[in-house]
Design a protein around this ligand. Structure first.
Ligand code: PLP
Length: 398
């Protein structure tokens, strides 16, 4: 089977999808060897996305504990649309355009991926159809409005639980019916081969830039690199540049939700089992009958039952340490980074920041920690502030 990471990955899909995936895989190999394509992608990363994104030294947090280690952030929050998702959306949309496709379909849960796709489709003049669960759409009105303004046709899905799962089914059904003209743009390093490899490739720009910038800043590599892991695309993009550097410790942070012991979380790499989900073999949260379990996290982008297959492989190898941070710890980091450093992080990224702060308290001043700040927190203000308020009320009534 193609696209294996150890025993993980592969393509567990219906017969009708096999030829689409194979064609896409061959095209990807060809375009990756095409310097015109690569040049164009990098030009657009510079001119449209705003790359390279800066590396920021956190003065307050680095010196908070007297001889604390240096903490640096890789600023994916400063890309156009405010998160790393656009690196992949642009890469795949440009591929689709080169392959003569005129239409892009994608699904979105919280709307972040949908907005990134609608944005690049607007820019590249591609027709864009975004499937979104009707329940999700109600909770994320602003992102629905954004997608429409950017010219996307937002199709609400009323089947099932009216959330991401149902939107995925409809997007794939659309792709199967119109494969000649249509590309299915998957948003994280998940799904059947070749998607995990393609998404990794387009996100690897994060790690490449950050590695060079660290060498510029400190004359060497960081001791620790930390990123949050939902599907795992920002983490694998960052880690890819450091996997071969055995002195660099890599830490992936999953969503601990209400706490691992509560059962309400999204940490398949910590307490899941190997299984099949969304066309791939990976660690997944499932019950004894193999039914996928509900996940829970305050960060919508981490609310996902199975991380990408390469993360499962890296976990078994022991090359990356996976850990979890719960909702409350993420909210604390959300406030801390805002107050002390003037940066409002996405709730997803706040998980990585929380782990960095915890680790910094245990390390000496000669160490360096690099954190991938995957996105900005404007999208999370309502939810974060009301969660903080609820907690304060509960605290006051004790
Ligand atoms: C979607 C999202 C994530 C999670 O996705 P990965 O594929 O795990 O990177 C993390 N951070 C932000 C800001 C996101 O929008």
């Amino acid at each position: 089977m193609n696209g294996l990471f150890g025993e993980y990955g592969g393509a567990y899909v219906a017969e009708t999808l096999v030829s689409n995936l194979n064609e896409f895989d061959r095209s990807f190999e060809r375009l990756m060897a095409d310097s015109t394509f690569i040049d164009e992608y990098h030009t657009l990363l510079r001119e449209f996305v705003g790359r390279p994104t800066p590396l920021t030294y956190l003065k307050q947090l680095s010196t908070a504990s007297k001889e604390g280690p240096a903490i640096y952030l890789k600023r994916e929050d400063l890309t156009h649309t405010g998160a790393h998702k656009i690196n992949n959306a642009l890469g795949q949309a440009l591929m689709a355009k080169k392959l003569g496709k005129e239409r892009i379909v994608a699904e979105t849960g919280a709307g972040q991926h949908g907005v990134a796709v609608a944005t690049v489709c607007g820019f590249l003049n591609l027709n864009c159809v975004i499937y979104m669960g009707a329940y999700d759409a109600e909770r994320q009105r602003m992102n629905v409005q954004r997608m429409k303004l950017l010219g996307a046709d937002v199709k609400l899905v009323h089947q099932g639980t009216k959330t991401l799962k149902d939107a995925i089914n409809e997007a794939i059904r659309d792709w199967v019916s119109y494969a000649d003209t249509t590309h299915y743009l998957l948003g994280s390093a998940v799904g059947p081969h070749p998607f995990p490899s393609i998404v990794r490739q387009f996100q690897s720009i994060i790690g490449k830039e950050a590695k060079e910038q660290m060498i510029q800043a400190i004359g060497g590599l960081p001791d620790y690199v930390i990123a949050c892991v939902g599907g795992g695309s920002n983490a694998i993009g960052m880690f890819s540049a450091f996997l071969e550097e055995s002195d660099v410790k890599l830490i992936g942070v999953q969503a601990g939700g209400a706490g691992l012991e509560s059962g309400h979380h999204a940490s398949p790499l910590l307490v899941g089992q190997s299984g099949i989900v969304q066309g791939m073999k990976t660690y997944v949260l499932q019950d004894d009958d193999g039914q996928i379990l509900e996940t829970k996290s305050i960060a919508p982008g981490l609310d996902y039952p199975g991380a990408g297959p390469e993360h499962s492989y890296l976990k078994d190898l022991g090359r990356v340490e996976y850990t979890s941070v719960n909702d409350q710890q993420a909210l604390d980091a959300f406030q801390l980074l805002s107050r002390k450093e003037g940066i409002i992080p996405a709730l997803e990224s706040s998980h990585a920041v929380a782990k960095a702060v915890e680790l910094a308290n245990q390390l000496t001043g000669d160490k360096t920690i690099l954190v991938n700040l995957s996105g900005r927190g404007d999208k999370d203000l309502d939810q974060a502030l009301s969660a903080i308020e609820t907690r304060q009320k509960e605290g006051a009534s004790l």
